[in-house]
Design a protein. Structure first.
Length: 119
């Protein structure tokens, strides 16, 4: 019985810096803002035991959560959930930053908690 030759292994070059520069230049990505308030707050929650670092992102890997829900969670956590502030920034609205459904200021937290429609 003939043995097949073992595959030849070689080291791949590290392109991390080149990819990071490229992604940051084109997409404004590549460097996490570790000095941002959200990051500092999250690190505090992990250190004092309020948040569990192993399970706080479990919703991203479980099959029990729908993909659409995962997208909404990530938009909320990254501050990109579309609200009145974004509409004004993208020149899609000339209204104030108040919620279209109630007189409160529109924000991602306001959207996630549900707008109070009583006026």
């Amino acid at each position: 019985m003939a043995h097949s030759p073992s595959p030849k292994l070689w080291y791949l070059p590290n392109h991390r810096d080149a990819l990071q520069t490229h992604m940051h230049f084109l997409h404004k990505l590549g460097n996490a803002k570790t000095g941002a308030n959200y990051h500092a707050y999250y690190q505090t929650l992990i250190k004092d035991g309020t948040a569990n670092g192993a399970t706080s992102n479990a919703n991203l890997t479980t099959s029990d959560v729908l993909f659409k829900t995962k997208c909404i969670i990530m938009k909320y956590r990254t501050g990109t959930l579309y609200n009145q502030k974004h509409a004004i920034l993208f020149k899609l609205s000339t209204r104030s930053q108040t919620c279209p459904l109630c007189p409160q200021v529109d924000s991602t937290l306001h959207i996630s908690l549900g707008a109070n429609t009583r006026k």
